[in-house]
Design a binder for this molecule. Sequence first.
Ligand SMILES: [Zn+2]
Ligand SMILES: [Zn+2]
Length: 328
Amino acid sequence: MLEAVEETLAAGHQVLVFINRRGFAPTLSCHACGWLAECDHCDARLTLHRQPPLLACHHCDQRRALPDACPDCGSADLRPLGSGTERTEETLAERFPDVPVHRIDRDSTRRRDALEQTLTEVRRGEPCLLVGTQMLAKGHHLPHVTLVVVVNADAGLYASDFRALEHSAQLLEQVAGRAGRAAHPGRVLVQTMHADDPHLRLLSARGYDALAEQLLEERRVAALPPFRFLALLRLEGAQEAAVTELGGRAAAALREHLEARELDVDCLGPVPAPMERRQNRYHLQLMLSAEKRSRLHEAGAWLAAWLEAEPAARRVRWSLDIDPQTLS
Ligand SMILES: [Zn+2]
Ligand SMILES: [Zn+2]
């Protein structure tokens, strides 16, 4: 990757380095005992930022000063773990000191016009490096970029959601679309620990349409959308016990109803949401799936009516999402 960056800059072109992680590093860890900086309110790690220096939760916005020592063992050997846009910017600026490095993410563009100013500078066409998050994937015309480097694509590719691969491939396609749209053809390099993954190979050899066809076939076999319809009941509340209790009773009542009415709808759960605790609230899910959309709507309407009539549901926030686009 570094060689390709060097060649591209030497040829007088620009390079886009895409990393879908803002901040300096995904978290801070203690090298002595393995402690990791975690949010007090969410099941999530705190992201290490350097500009300004702090630990921040990207889910609830909790901010904390950087500790001088490990809160568990007292060691001062605290180290950043992994890389975000700030660290990538720093590393590239050290490696290519004669070329400007522009970082584009939500933190660097907080000031009004900051993004436009940077893009105007980039469009003048001098060799430079752009480091950015998915903010950069969409819409911006960058005619002088002829190399796109995607750093650590695996986090998105192998997330738990069944649509993760589809969404990541679309993002890669968009990022790749930034390269070589003017007179010069572009090149895209993707960094992965799973270079032999058949899906990635298909995407790189034959493009998004071929991958989409393959994914469709897999969805058909696994009875997932668009071959089956889904609805997701999300429950959340400050009291874990109240949420769990209501979720369990709602599922039992729904199953009884489905059986009595002989409705062809499957009910899965309740199960904890992928991030169970967010902003000190507990999140639980119940999934409904059906081959016929009308059956799904019938079951969903019955479930919503049951919850509306249920006194315990007043202390728990709930929502019913038909065709959920994410399962989080
Ligand atoms: Zn420690
Ligand atoms: Zn948090």
